[in-house]
Design a binder for this molecule. Structure first.
Ligand code: SIN
Length: 282
């Protein structure tokens, strides 16, 4: 078996083959994977067959696992491993109400949001249920210089569910609600490993822009969001059973799709990795 890392035919992402993550990996292989993840922002590691504890071990090649915000979607025996199951989702007008159905970056209301999220696909519908990613580094680089200068020192409050959220967030228990953090995040961040700048947007959790009126703040957020979610920045992942996909929450936004038959079973394991407080680009 020989490890191969090949850029995807897309604006971002790379495919990884020739590795069995059930086996311990030597330091040089771990470093190659980490560097490829930083560069390409999404790694699609094919043909894995990981039990939850093995998935946790594999994820920790990239960092330390983090407890997720919604405890009810984690394994009781291994709470650092979460689940995404179509059987946990309510039906609204005959369509599944999936979690994450608009472009976002995970847990942006945390003072130190998770640097990575990873999913391992176990059961998939025959069609649909793709996950989409957009490269918010390229989206920032392509903005006119005057706009980059204007936004580089701006910040936004991030809360559990913003007043302009395009989707309803999962209801929290009283205990979770008491603990849920909120914070101020830079609108443009600098990646701690690559030094690249990126837009940091999450319309589900933002509350406008500090120092701007609500109308002006939302007009700017909507403009940046529309720009960053164009298909020229997108990789659409069509899942295969056994895929382990890991993405960098500081370099991409992602979204789920509710376009599959609700009678079909979609099940993935999910792990998040601890991040540090975000660095402002300015
Ligand atoms: C997520 O936002 O983490 C869920 C992605 C998916 O289910 O496709």
């Amino acid at each position: 078996m020989s490890l191969t890392i090949t850029p995807l035919a897309a604006p971002l992402g790379a495919e990884v083959t020739g590795i069995d993550l059930r086996q311990p990996q030597p330091a040089d292989v771990r470093q190659r994977l980490y560097d490829a993840w930083v560069e390409h922002a999404v790694l699609v590691i094919r043909d894995q067959k990981l039990a939850p504890a093995e998935f946790l071990e594999a994820a920790q090649i990239f960092g330390k696992a983090l407890q997720q915000q919604l405890r009810k979607f984690t394994l009781p025996e291994l709470p650092l491993v979460g689940t995404i199951s179509s059987r946990d989702l309510p039906l609204v007008d005959g369509k599944l109400h999936v979690r994450g159905e608009n472009y976002h970056t995970d847990h942006s209301n945390y003072p130190a949001p998770p640097k990575a999220t990873t999913l391992h696909a176990i059961n998939l519908p025959d069609t649909g249920g793709d996950t989409q990613f957009v490269d918010v580094r390229k989206a920032f680089d392509d903005l006119p210089q005057t706009l980059r200068q204007t936004i580089v020192s701006l910040r936004s409050p991030h809360v559990y569910e913003g007043s302009h959220s395009p989707r309803k967030m999962t209801a929290l228990s009283a205990e979770e609600r008491a603990k849920v953090p909120q914070t101020s995040q830079p609108l443009v961040i600098r990646h701690p490993d690559s030094d690249r700048h990126a837009l940091y947007l999450n319309t589900g959790r933002m509350e406008g822009i500090e120092g701007l009126s609500s109308d002006d703040g939302w007009a700017l957020i909507d403009q940046l969001y529309k720009h960053a979610t164009q298909t020229r920045y997108e990789y659409r992942h069509r899942w295969r059973a056994g895929d382990m996909v890991i993405w960098d929450n500081r370099s991409v936004m992602h979204q789920a799709n509710a376009d599959y038959d609700p009678a079909q079973y979609r099940f993935l394991y999910r792990i998040m990795l601890e991040g540090a407080p975000l660095q402002a680009a300015a």
